[in-house]
Design a protein. Structure first.
Length: 420
């Protein structure tokens, strides 16, 4: 397993661990994953300095406790020579979103994790290739990580309870393992297997939705439910056959459906969108393209806009920039600041994570995400984004929303200047 893949699984596992009351037995996984999440939030496509105010906001937005967790995470990153700490903030030493995953893997290895922790990563990878019975993977894991039967039993129990993998009981002594990344690669045979298990009417409906998504890239969840029916929709989304993302604003939450392999023609979807940055970027930009009025700064030429951002240019000034990209600001993908261009003054937008913009630009140019396909976005500014995995498991826990005032206070700090 390469470092990027291991790093992405560490982020996946850490997000799962945040949903349980304690991380006993998986402290190294949690620490490495949290360090990777912080590193992604503060990194850019060039070396930058992040002042303390900006650091606090980005950490809070990444669900990092700034009193207890942040100091420890900074120490870990400094030990790895990824940041330099000073009284005023930290200097990030040339880490990109892509290399953040590799560095997450390095941090994990440096912590000398227990064999069981390393085994959960191998198990998740195996369950993402194809569903597998516990009895069929137990011998392989036991041999690779020197685990005895009691260790393996605990490993499978923890993986199910925490959510490292999903499980389906097939009998008293048979459990099938899979996870939400199952349909991100080698999808043709897997989709065929799902189709073969359905009734003829269900097969027809599922084929119709899949073909629609291949042509249009994205449809609303309401549209998908209308085609599939509620029962089939719940069944196929629970196993990860489709990705559901939710973009939110002050008035509504709107879900839309994409194929998990939407970006896989360029690279590994799981690796490149481990932090849900690409989908958040496309969602926010497409809102400006399809919903924002001309007076607010409607995007007329998406290719030209993304091209300018990827080249490192600032775009604007238009009023919409201050409203439509809040999610991307809090994820450290873009920077919004007051600026002047062509005699006009107002909010300007600059891309901090070049590779995220490149992925979105490729997708739009190649047709996976087209200008007409993401028209069903909110009619107000997008302020939060829930990625596919969190939506797939929403039946297990309720998401806590950040109040609009808290969001605006955080954005105010990011826009004050300094730190970049």
């Amino acid at each position: 397993m390469d470092k990027k893949t291991q790093g992405s699984w560490l982020i996946h596992h850490t997000n799962k661990l945040q949903g349980v009351t304690n991380q006993a037995g998986y402290e190294k996984t949690f620490l490495a994953g949290k360090a990777g999440i912080l590193l992604s939030a503060i990194s850019a496509n060039r070396g930058i300095t992040v002042n303390n105010d900006r650091l606090m906001v980005l950490a809070q937005a990444a669900n990092i406790n700034t009193t207890f967790e942040l100091p420890k995470l900074i120490d870990v990153l400094e030990q790895q020579k990824l940041v330099d700490k000073s009284a005023g903030g930290i200097a990030v030493l040339g880490v990109t979103t892509s290399t953040a995953l590799e560095r997450t893997s390095d941090i994990f290895e440096s912590l000398s994790p227990r064999p069981q922790e390393a085994a959960t990563i191998s198990l998740a990878e195996r369950a993402s290739i194809s569903p597998v019975l516990t009895k069929d993977v137990a011998e392989e894991l036991g041999h690779s990580f020197s685990l005895i039967k009691s260790d393996l039993n605990q490993l499978f129990s923890d993986s199910e309870t925490i959510g490292f993998v999903d499980t389906e009981r097939l009998g008293t002594d048979e459990t099938l393992l899979f996870n939400g990344n199952l349909f991100r690669r080698d999808t043709t045979q897997k989709i065929k297997a799902v189709l073969d298990s359905l009734k003829p009417a269900e097969q027809t409906a599922l084929t119709e939705l899949t073909e629609t998504l291949r042509k249009r890239a994205c449809v609303t969840t309401d549209y998908a439910v209308k085609i599939l029916g509620e029962a089939l929709f719940q069944k196929v989304t629970a196993v990860g056959l489709f990705d559901i993302s939710v973009v939110s604003n002050s008035t509504e939450d709107v879900g839309f459906v994409t194929l998990p392999s939407a970006f896989s023609k360029y690279s590994s979807s799981m690796v490149d969108d481990a932090f849900d940055l690409a989908k958040a970027f496309v969602s926010s930009v497409t809102y400006g393209m399809t919903k924002s009025s001309w007076a607010r700064g409607q995007i007329q030429m998406i290719d030209a806009l993304l091209g300018a951002l990827v080249r490192g240019e600032s775009v604007g000034p238009v009023r919409a920039i201050a409203e439509d990209y809040k999610v991307l600001e809090l994820k450290g993908v873009v920077e919004v600041k007051e600026g002047t261009k062509n005699g006009r003054t107002g909010p300007m937008l600059r891309l901090l994570k070049k590779e995220v913009g490149e992925l979105a630009l490729q997708a739009i140019r190649q047709g996976d995400v087209s200008e007409h396909s993401l028209s069903a976005l909110p009619t107000a500014a997008v302020t939060t984004f829930d990625g596919p995995e969190s939506n797939r498991e929403k039946v297990r826990r309720v998401q806590t929303k950040v109040s609009p005032k808290a969001t605006n206070d955080m954005l105010s700090i990011l826009r004050k200047g300094g730190g970049l």
